[in-house]
Write a protein that binds this ligand. Sequence first.
Ligand SMILES: Nc1ncnc2c1ncn2[C@@H]1O[C@H](COP(=O)(O)OP(=O)(O)O)[C@@H](O)[C@H]1O
Ligand SMILES: [Mg+2]
Length: 266
Amino acid sequence: MAIVALVSAKGSPGVTTTALACALSWHRRLILAECDPAGGSVLAGYLGGALDGPRGIGELAVGELRDGNLESAFWSQLVDLDAPRRERLLLPGVVDPAQAGSITPLWQRFADFFTSLERGDPPYDVIVDCGRLQVLGPPWPLLRAASVVLVVTRAQLPDLSGTRAMLRSIERDFAEHRVPPGTLRLLLVGDGHGKSEISKALRMPVIARLPHDPRTAGVLSLGGTVRAGRPLLRAARGLEVPIGTLLERRRARLAWPVSQGVPDAI
Ligand SMILES: Nc1ncnc2c1ncn2[C@@H]1O[C@H](COP(=O)(O)OP(=O)(O)O)[C@@H](O)[C@H]1O
Ligand SMILES: [Mg+2]
């Protein structure tokens, strides 16, 4: 499946909560990579700080800059969310946002490495929490490398206006960098305007709407036991289907010989 990136425009619409809900409920083998330059929060939140020392993308970046050892160091920096199966792994984000500056030059390296995990043995897909785009050093290379980019937004007007501006800046960047079209989708969180209304106003398809479910979101943010039957988890699990379809279409499009053109149905 490759890289599925989640990003937001402003505020805190629930990027991390959504990414974690997907990581805990999807059926495929995956890694949740916290690449928000503003800092990771799953270790301290959902996992209640449970860990025996620093681990995560910050450590990985230090090692890579010093020894170029990303491939060999990667697996020891992960936390098993589903121990001992190693089917849902977490790459914790930076703890101190000041650390993020040292990672900025490595985003392309991480993007290439995450892409290669799809062809590993066993293969892993990577859900990337890119955080908010309006921060210093946003992980653009990860967004460009993603097979699907989910722009997470609340569905009220003030959120939507910020999201619309951000969509246009992503589209401009993708055009400049020749990113194949069709990777961007809106993902709504909570109540507000209707899906088709938003899709039309923002000129972007809406892949789904996740319910306002403060109880489950609270557990995902602060720790506790998540119940698979809760509305947020059920909706996150449901998201795997349209995303899978999008990825299959994209694969077919990329595999189609250029000389034959792209089939209309894709
Ligand atoms: N679907 C949801 N329903 C209710 N509350 C949510 C939902 N998603 C996130 N939240 C809450 O919103 C706040 C911000 O979520 P978070 O995932 O940290 O946002 P972001 O990563 O975009 O900054 C948290 O308190 C979280 O519990
Ligand atoms: Mg976050």
